[in-house]
Write a protein that binds this ligand. Structure first.
Ligand SMILES: OC[C@@H]1[C@@H](O)[C@H](O)[C@@H](O)c2[nH]c(CCc3ccccc3)c[n+]21
Length: 449
């Protein structure tokens, strides 16, 4: 008997991308470099020195790409806006840069596709970085609010869903602490300072958004959340989970939803970074201003065991499940656990899966198609986990596949393909993969077999 899994009629079926990963046209219409332009051109930072100079040439091909979304039947499109197009220099607004997003939104609305805008998806203007390190400088809050306010003014009447930040964990910890992403620093104190200013900029932007009273528009933030599981039932492994969870999840969930940083992590981090003198009176009140929804980016879980020598007292161990091209374990059931935990411990607000997807070795076969059955399987299993959560009363409103297109996968360049649409970078030809046709069917019927 085939199990039919149903979704609500008004479920928001979407696809997601980001500016630096798909647009290209890095010097067009007044855009100036972002920290990712600089980072990707720095020797050794990205796979084979790949950059976003051309990417999917979406800046010029956006009409074709929106038409593809229409063919797939998506209800919503999550994209990000490139700050360096809007403010190529401090305080200097660039209307030509804004015009691209007005053209894009027009194309979407013509096809009744809901535009969902991420204000910041990692492409900090280089000019901001050069003023004392970008997010390390508390002035970044001011620059960000000026940028976000301009977006609300110009697009607030046509974009109903706004996401202040994509994955603060990545734009702070991965970028200033671990160093894998731009600007490539490896300093824990810097990482926590950056995280604080990014969260602060989120709160200040929400305040401005509220003051503008934009009819029918809602605002939230997207967090990448990775549930942690113990490698054994040993008490020490459970302690390792507590710290891994604090590191990946609670450091961001707590300030946003509880108005404080988690005590256990403050204690642990203070041994490394000293004083939290960058937190000022009133900051946590600002960071925890009420939002309208939470965006959740989910890809995988972590399994940890205790390690006395590690700063977090935890080290990852490989999971038993199938791995993706990124080396991430496939674990749909952990998405269900994560959603239940968020509902139980953090918020009853509407949630969206603002990213979920997978990289596999995709190839165009003789028949000119891409038979990415593993990607279909991955998405199907994660949708089942979501359906179970919704059935149990979970407030989950939508799902955005990462990604519409194969694109620039950050430090991995173009070597990892996450798209449901294949991009031949030589010719910029788009080929709908089997997963795109499958997703079209799911959206049409609102069920998965
Ligand atoms: O790696 C796939 C996607 C990126 O292409 C998106 O830009 C980004 O929002 C995103 N976040 C995650 C999960 C967190 C993560 C990001 C980068 C590297 C490792 C983990 C996966 N992804």
């Amino acid at each position: 008997m085939i199990e039919l899994v149903k979704f609500p009629k008004d479920f928001t079926w979407g696809v997601a991308t980001s500016s630096y990963q798909i647009e290209g046209a890095v010097n067009e219409d007044g855009r100036t470099p972002s920290i990712w332009d600089t980072f990707s051109k720095t020797e050794g930072k990205t796979y084979q020195g790949h950059t976003g100079d051309v990417a999917c040439d979406h800046y010029h091909r956006y009409k074709e790409d929106v038409q593809i979304m229409k063919e797939i039947g998506v209800k919503a499109y999550r994209f990000s806006i490139a700050w360096p197009r809007i403010f190529p220099e401090e305080g200097k607004y660039n209307p030509k840069g804004m015009d691209f997003y007005k053209r894009l939104v027009d194309e979407l609305l013509k096809r009744e596709i809901i535009p969902v805008a991420t204000i910041y998806h990692w492409d900090l203007p280089q000019w901001a970085y050069e003023k004392n390190g970008g997010w390390l400088n508390r002035e970044s809050v001011k620059w960000y609010v000026e940028y976000a306010s301009k977006l609300f003014e110009e697009l607030g009447d046509v974009i109903p869903l706004w996401i202040t930040h994509n994955e603060p964990w990545c734009s702070s910890i991965l970028s200033y602490g671990i160093g894998e992403h731009a600007p490539g620093h490896k300093d824990w104190r810097e990482a926590l300072i950056a995280a604080h200013h990014i969260l602060l900029s989120h709160g200040e932007a929400v305040k401005v958004f509220r003051d503008m009273n934009l009819k029918g528009a809602q605002i939230g933030i997207t967090l990448n959340l990775t549930p942690a599981y113990p490698a054994s039932e040993k008490e020490e492994d459970k302690l390792a989970v507590q710290y891994a969870d604090g590191f990946a999840n609670r450091w961001f969930l707590d300030p946003i939803f509880k108005g404080n940083y988690p005590e256990d992590m403050m204690e642990l981090y203070s041994k490394i970074i000293g004083e939290f003198d960058f937190i000022r009176e009133g900051d946590l009140e600002t960071i925890s201003v009420p939002i309208d929804f939470l965006g959740v980016n989910y890809y995988t879980r972590s399994i940890v065991k205790y390690n006395e020598d590690s700063m977090l007292k935890a080290e990852n161990v490989p999971g038993p499940g199938k791995k993706t091209e990124m080396g991430w374990e496939i674990s749909p059931e952990s998405l269900y656990d994560l959603l239940k935990r968020l509902d139980r411990e953090y918020t009853k607000l509407p949630m969206y899966i603002t990213e979920n997807g997978v990289a596999f070795k995709d190839e165009v076969t003789e028949d000119g198609r891409v038979h990415d059955y593993e990607r279909i399987e991955y998405i199907k299993e994660h949708l089942k986990a979501i359906a179970r959560f919704i059935e149990e009363g979970g407030n989950l409103k939508g799902y955005f596949v990462w990604s519409l297109l194969d694109n620039f996968e950050w430090a991995h360049g173009y070597s990892k393909r996450f798209g449901i649409v294949y991009v031949d970078y030589e010719t910029q030809k788009r080929i709908l993969k089997d997963s795109a046709f499958w997703y079209k069917g799911v959206i049409e019927k609102g069920v998965i077999e």
